[in-house]
Design a protein around this ligand. Sequence first.
Ligand SMILES: Nc1nc2c(ncn2[C@@H]2O[C@H](COP(=O)(O)OP(=O)(O)O)[C@@H](O)[C@H]2O)c(=O)[nH]1
Ligand SMILES: Nc1ncnc2c1ncn2[C@@H]1O[C@H](COP(=O)(O)OP(=O)(O)O)[C@@H](O)[C@H]1O
Length: 218
Amino acid sequence: MSSDPIATPDRRGLCLILSSPSGAGKTTLARLLLASDASLGHSVSVTTRPSRAQEADGVDYYFVTRDRFEAMRDAGELLEWAEVFGNFYGTPAEPVKAALAEGRDMLFDVDWQGASSIAALLPEDAVRVFILPPSGEELSRRIYSRGTDPEHVIEARLEGAEAEISHWGDYDYVLVNRNVEDSLAVLKGIVTAERHRRHRQVGLRTLIAHLAPPSRTR
Ligand SMILES: Nc1nc2c(ncn2[C@@H]2O[C@H](COP(=O)(O)OP(=O)(O)O)[C@@H](O)[C@H]2O)c(=O)[nH]1
Ligand SMILES: Nc1ncnc2c1ncn2[C@@H]1O[C@H](COP(=O)(O)OP(=O)(O)O)[C@@H](O)[C@H]1O
């Protein structure tokens, strides 16, 4: 995909990227933000990880075999991909291209590698938000209480938390997810502010060109 600007109609869409250690709450916040904002599309990733109860194919992820993943990757269908906790994850390129071409906003739930790749490919469009838990104890409590993974998977994710958190300095915003309501409000605020960035409001040029005051008649 070209790193530059796909022509947009009257605005440039933004790529809102959420990352966090596993269990900090990014999926919860992403779902709520997407439900509250019809203008925000979801980049549904492809993964070789087994589906969890409550997850729907094509909604939370596209669940695929390793062979299928490798075929997609080798055919250049993924914008970026990474191996995380022993599974492959990747971002389908086509929906992102379509969204940007139409000036639509997209939300990405990806790890630090995905965030870094997308920001390098789309530097004008990427907005990176890192979500932290309020404490290590709370991170552990949340991932256990989610009840979606076997013990050894939870342990691996908790062990990987420090490595993921070490990349927090690469992000534009850092959010400590103490309670869902406040965190959602912060995310909405970030989206609102980022939508008002000058370079995204391409259509303003036309408005401004027509803003000359009406000539006065005496
Ligand atoms: N690079 C990359 N990472 C992804 C992608 N999709 C999901 N991830 C990340 O993979 C990690 C594991 O995701 P998941 O198995 O759903 O577990 P979770 O962290 O508990 O939500 C998380 O850091 C996700 O953000 C993707 O398309 N690309
Ligand atoms: N602010 C919060 N306070 C308490 N529990 C939370 C909060 N945010 C998320 N959770 C819970 O923590 C668990 C992990 O959240 P999840 O969104 O799956 O994390 P992630 O996608 O980062 O792995 C879930 O059971 C979720 O309901």
